[in-house]
Design a protein around this ligand. Structure first.
Ligand code: ATP
Length: 364
């Protein structure tokens, strides 16, 4: 049966990387005879409009009935599509692999062996989307346990809620444990999982995340689980990233730490991601739309291509996914067709042409 994949290119330079990636995938599909069908739904207007129009039914239907979605990145116009993919589909596990391979422009003197995966809870934390005027909270007579001051004394201001629920923490940590076990099997070592929270300053909310994470990880005795303060964790990730394998984080830390760790291996141009849930999955680069380089044909497509490789794997096309990754690695080793962020002078199109050439010759 053919696999149906929804394509949503997004905006700015990210859309340029996206379209080049689709051309590479078309080449792979032709050469290997993969049964994949693209669907390009119209995704509607920017943001929430004044009439609060819902996400177009046709796009929703296409996503609901597809096997996966490949997404560019959004600066707003495709924002409702992203919101549907994430909160509508409940794609709760955002996996962001961080791996150095020879030729990547790492700022570190010894990046060899960096190979970890950030597993970011994708729906809650401050992304619960509940904010308001502090006045709403004043009748509740909250007092800060840190300053001992009643909330009423803070004066004019706004608040944003941070929420961790038992269901969400349990499922993300289960996902992370299972990923740690899978990765350990592939590399023939023991599964390890690190968790980062700010439980000293947020003993109730982050403390809860940590407690549930610990209890859940205990159901996987083969996984060595460590809990760190988030500030210590990011410091450790930067000074000795090779010691980590899977790192599970609440939403906001996951977002911040994955950009930081992408920098260790050579930047956002290299960082892919997949978002998985019970009802589907979508794949997109970690980076945003890169509006500052739009129209120049210099955006590094590697992050989008590696996200597409994660998608191929998810669809059951393991060998084609390995081929894509292998050919990308060859381009970096050769260093001839790299984009400016990697110290090269090639365009996005030249990088992708070189990749197509390699895919063709590996399938002769
Ligand atoms: P968002 O808020 O949507 O996540 P952002 O603020 O993180 O976006 P990005 O769009 O990710 O911003 O870009 C940050 C910087 O990294 C920009 O200078 C951009 O040009 C650069 N950048 C991002 N992705 C790439 C890429 N694939 N290739 C080259 N440069 C990139």
């Amino acid at each position: 049966m053919s696999k149906q994949v929804v394509l949503i290119p997004g905006e700015d330079a990210a859309a340029e990387a996206f379209e080049e990636t689709v051309i590479v995938l078309d080449c792979l599909i032709d050469h290997l005879g993969l049964d994949i069908e693209w669907i390009r739904p119209a995704v509607g207007q920017a943001g929430i409009d004044e009439f609060n129009n819902p996400f177009p039914d046709q796009a929703k239907h296409a996503i609901d009935h597809s096997d996966a979605t490949l997404f560019g990145a959004t600066s707003g116009k495709s924002g409702r599509a992203l919101r549907y993919l994430r909160w509508g589909l409940e794609s709760y596990a955002n996996v962001r692999p961080v791996r150095w391979f020879p030729g990547c422009n790492s700022p570190l003197s010894a990046p060899e062996g960096i190979d970890l995966a950030i597993v970011r809870e994708n729906m809650e934390d401050v992304y619960i989307g509940v904010e308001g005027d502090l006045k709403i909270l004043q009748p509740m007579n909250f007092t800060s346990w840190l300053s001992n001051k009643p909330l009423n004394e803070l004066g004019e201001g706004r608040f944003g809620l941070k929420v961790h629920t038992e269901k969400s923490v349990t499922r993300i940590v289960k996902y992370a444990c299972e990923l740690a076990i899978k990765r350990a099997e592939l590399s023939n070592r023991n599964p390890i999982l690190a968790c980062g929270t700010k439980h000293n300053i947020s003993p109730v909310a982050d403390g809860y995340f940590r407690t549930i994470a610990r209890e859940t990880a205990a159901e996987y005795p083969e996984v060595t689980f460590t809990s760190l303060l988030a500030d210590d964790l990011i410091h450790q990730l930067i000074i000795n990233p090779q010691q980590f394998d899977v790192v599970v984080l609440p939403n906001l830390f996951g977002d911040l730490f994955s950009d930081a760790t992408a920098a260790l291996v050579g930047g956002l141009g290299l960082a892919p991601s997949g978002c998985y849930g019970e009802n589907g999955a979508y794949f997109e680069a970690v980076h945003g739309t890169a509006p500052d380089i739009v129209g120049q044909n210099i955006i590094n497509p590697t992050a989008t291509i590696l996200s597409a490789a994660m998608m191929l794997e998810y669809l059951g096309f393991d060998e084609p996914a390995r081929q894509v990754i292998g050919c990308v690695e060859q381009i970096y080793v050769e260093g001839k067709y790299l984009t400016p962020d990697q110290g090269g002078q090639s365009t996005t199109t030249e990088f992708c042409n070189s990749l197509k050439e390699k895919l063709r010759s590996s399938n002769k």
